[in-house]
Design a protein around this ligand. Structure first.
Ligand code: URP
Ligand code: ZN
Ligand code: ZN
Length: 468
């Protein structure tokens, strides 16, 4: 099967020009001006952008968490992603206490088997190095294409690890070429503040933010950076929400250390006041780190513009408001932490970033596709438009206006973090490895088309036909 995408404005992290993309089978085989080729199918992209499929390195599908399970499974979450122009994501395998890494990986791959709509990889969330997986077993994961280890420095009594586990994992990563990812908040101090707030009778959703102050995110971020420096491993700090965490990352990067950071769409739009919305609506915005005072948004935009933060992810971790978030009506600490977002990252960043003049189109592609692909061992198969790359492509109409809403999104979540936001720019057609996935507002491929991708080690390039 061959496809010709004709006359679109091809935008990558580096380039921006009008041309054609010719796809044979699953890969891009030619890119150029007015290509003289015949194709089984031609897609007219005049007046549209042709972008690389976006890569989301931070999602949680079908994850037991906070006394319940996230509402989006692999099919609904990935369908939602596809409608938003995301064609590859990296989800988290969460090691249960006492479980080996092999068992954990098998459990999570079982959840995805036959259900995949887009391509995916896994990070391994390490929770237990004593009774469960060993350091030796951890060291074998990169050979299986799982080339990043995630550690939670918060969620005491659940996912949180101590500094010994964090540091030992970092030492393994330094040996194996894996990237270490951290959820950086001081979980011990937060635990004290939560108990004190509840003892004082403070049960409302906004106490989620008041018990997780930005200083505790900054402290843990700096601690992780210093530990990674001693261990000699590369470090990626997830969901940076505030100046206190962005500053130590900026310093480390100025010094040339192997430290990277991401923020998420929601931190650039939702602020602390959303948590104060009446009738328990604030619970929709209970995710971690919490929405911060508005002034942090300018700090984060500066950071994504200047590459202090290199990626914008979604941290999609969707729960129903009615029935799941409401578990915490009388106690904010029982509200499951997380929100939906996989579908609207490109819409929102195009609107708030590019159209508002904060970042260029090239930088948007870099933040949403190229940098995550490079950092997580998917580049150049994913994250760009080049001869030999997977034909994961998005034809994006920069003029189409629409309103973001739970009534029209494809996640199973019963609310949308950006409800009622009008944006200009919509995904027209999405291709995954040359197969049309989304067209005319419909999913036209069936679950099972997506694949597991073995990722390369940090700093190495995954092979494409053009590179072998
Ligand atoms: O609230 C959040 N972010 N839930 C997902 C788990 C995590 O901390 O990333
Ligand atoms: Zn987290
Ligand atoms: Zn997360």
């Amino acid at each position: 099967m061959s496809v010709l995408i004709k006359g679109g404005r091809i935008v990558t992290a580096a380039d921006d020009y009008v041309g054609d993309v010719y796809i044979e089978g699953e890969r891009v085989s030619l890119v150029g001006e007015s290509l003289d080729v015949s194709a089984d199918r031609t897609i007219d992209a005049a007046g549209k952008y042709v972008l690389p499929g976006c890569v989301d390195p931070h999602t949680h599908l079908d994850m037991p968490f906070g006394g319940t399970v996230t509402i989006d499974d692999v099919t609904s979450g990935q369908t939602s992603a596809a409608f938003g122009g995301t064609t590859c994501h990296v989800d988290f395998v969460i090691q249960s206490p006492g479980q080996s890494f092999a068992e954990a990986l098998e459990t999570w791959r079982g959840k995805a088997e036959g259900k995949q709509v887009i391509d995916m990889g896994y990070h391994m969330a390490v929770t237990d190095l004593k009774e469960g997986g060993s350091l030796e077993e951890l060291a074998t994961l990169p050979d299986q294409g799982v080339t990043s280890y995630k550690l939670f420095m918060a969620y005491k009594g659940a996912l949180m690890v101590d500094d010994e586990t964090l540091f030992r994992t970092m030492e393994v990563a330094a040996e194996t070429g894996a990237l270490v990812m951290v959820h950086a908040e001081n979980g011990d101090a937060i635990d004290v503040l939560v108990k004190q707030a509840l003892a004082a009778g403070h049960t409302e959703p906004w106490y989620h933010a008041l018990t997780r102050p930005p200083e505790l995110e900054g402290e843990a971020t700096n601690r992780a950076i210093q530990l990674a420096r001693v261990a000699g491993c590369p470090l990626y700090v997830v969901h940076v929400s505030c100046k206190e965490a962005a500053d130590p990352i900026a310093r480390a990067r100025r010094l040339g250390w192997d430290v990277w950071g991401e923020t998420c769409t929601q931190y650039l739009f939702v602020d602390y006041t959303f948590l104060e919305r009446p009738d328990f609506e604030g619970a929709k915005y209970v995710y971690t780190p919490p929405p911060r005072p508005k002034e942090n948004q300018d700090v984060l935009w500066d950071a994504v513009r200047t590459d202090v933060l290199s990626v914008i992810s979604t941290d999609h971790c969707a729960f129903l408001w009615d029935g799941q978030k409401t578990m915490g009506r009388d106690d904010f600490s029982k509200i499951p932490n997380g929100g939906p977002g996989l579908e609207n990252r490109l819409h929102m960043i195009h609107e708030l970033g590019v159209r508002a003049g904060r970042i260029s189109l090239n930088r948007m592609v870099e933040l949403l596709a190229t940098s995550p692909a490079k950092l997580f061992g998917l580049y150049p198969r994913k994250g760009t438009i080049a001869v030999g790359s997977d034909a994961d492509l998005v034809v994006f109409d920069p003029e189409r206006r629409h309103v973001l809403s739970a009534a029209t999104h494809h996640s199973k979540a019963d609310y949308n973090l950006y409800e009622g936001t009008e944006v200009t720019g919509e995904v027209d057609v999405v291709l995954l490895r040359g197969n049309v996935l989304v067209e005319n507002g419909e999913l036209v491929a069936s679950p099972g088309i997506g694949r597991f991708v073995e990722r390369a080690r940090f700093g190495e390039r995954i092979k494409t036909p053009a590179s072998v």
